[in-house]
Design a protein around this ligand. Structure first.
Ligand code: ATP
Length: 313
């Protein structure tokens, strides 16, 4: 039996006056999944998070958040199950780390004071409990914000660009914390502009540009969007490349791309590569390299977003 999804979103739409910020978006996020939510500026990511976080009401559509239908009546119950970490940490800089967490625990009506040291421990900040937040680096403040988000031990955690403005070391620490959340079974809904971050952390990603452009595992998105190719480099150009590649099983096309460099279109790179290698060797070629052409999530993203730009021209 499949566990109940952490999020089920159906035809969610938000209009601000005449402007459609989020248009008919549907997706599900499994419990315990780290889910990436990508899209250009103004794509509607934060608006989606604010709707699912019960901060604003959808114009139309529905959602089930942590098992509860999204409705004003369920607002309090949903907020007990989730946490939203906004892009700006929003801490009181003249209060200490613990004082900040005590303040927010009071605001969230969290009576179990043991949650404060537990949240500090989860983000590795036990040693900084008495430091003023104003004296902490941006990276450490972000960790305090994450500790604040963990105070109610949420089942679903929305992180809105958690590494925005952080240096690579601080970003990597936040990534480590997100890995830790995954291990604890927390569902993480991560909006980010950093594609390598999404690729490294997320089980699946969705690309939004007001409407949902695509959703899936990064490998599947690459496969769906790009034809599979092998890249072959030989020491000298082949005298008759057609006779080498055309007869090879799984090869559907090829083109020369410079001296001794060939791009071979294949149905399945892993199945076709050994046959292509054998055909090259049989033809007496000195093979310098034979590799699958890899696309990054960035390629997928740019391909989809550039289609949108062209469509609006
Ligand atoms: P970014 O990556 O820049 O944070 P985003 O994907 O989070 O962008 P949103 O902040 O959700 O995008 O904004 C989506 C659209 O809705 C934008 O055109 C924005 O101007 C508009 N919008 C957001 N909030 C409001 C609001 N309260 N009133 C009017 N328009 C709004």
């Amino acid at each position: 039996m499949q566990a109940t999804p952490a999020l089920t979103v159906e035809h969610l739409t938000k209009r601000f006056g005449g402007r459609v910020a989020v248009d008919d978006v549907s997706f599900t996020v499994a419990a315990g999944e780290v889910f990436g939510f990508l899209g250009p500026n103004g794509a509607g990511k934060t608006t989606t998070v604010r709707m699912l976080g019960t901060l604003i009401s959808p114009t139309s559509g529905s959602a089930i958040v942590a098992g509860l239908p999204l409705s004003p009546a369920n607002g309090v119950a949903i907020r007990q199950q989730i946490a939203v970490m906004p892009e700006a940490p929003g801490l009181y800089l003249r209060l200490t780390v613990t004082e900040n967490l005590e303040f927010f625990a009071g605001l969230y009506r969290i009576r179990d004071r043991a949650r404060i040291p537990a949240a500090l421990e989860a983000v590795g900040l036990q040693g900084r409990a008495t430091d003023l937040c104003g004296n902490l680096s941006k990276g450490l403040r972000q960790r305090v914000a994450l500790a604040r988000a963990l105070l109610n031990d949420p089942a679903v955690l929305f992180l809105d660009e958690p590494t925005s403005g952080l240096d690579p070391v601080a970003s990597r620490e936040v990534h480590g914390l997100i890995d830790g959340l995954r291990e604890r079974g927390v569902t993480v809904f991560l909006t980010t502009h950093r594609l390598e971050e999404a690729e490294r952390l997320c089980d699946r990603v969705a690309i939004l540009n007001t409407t949902l452009r695509t959703i899936g595992r990064t490998d599947d998105l690459r496969d769906r969007l790009f034809r599979k190719r092998l890249l072959v480099e030989t020491r000298a150009p082949l005298t008759d490349p057609g006779s080498v590649f055309d007869g090879s099983p799984g090869v559907t096309g090829w083109e020369a791309n410079g001296s001794g460099v060939y791009e071979i279109v294949v149905t399945d790179a892993k199945l076709a590569a050994p046959d292509v290698a054998r055909a090259l060797v049989a033809a007496g070629a000195d093979v310098l390299s034979l590799a699958e052409q890899r696309h990054s999530l960035e390629d997928v993203y740019l391909e989809l977003i550039s289609e949108d730009v062209e469509a609006t021209r």
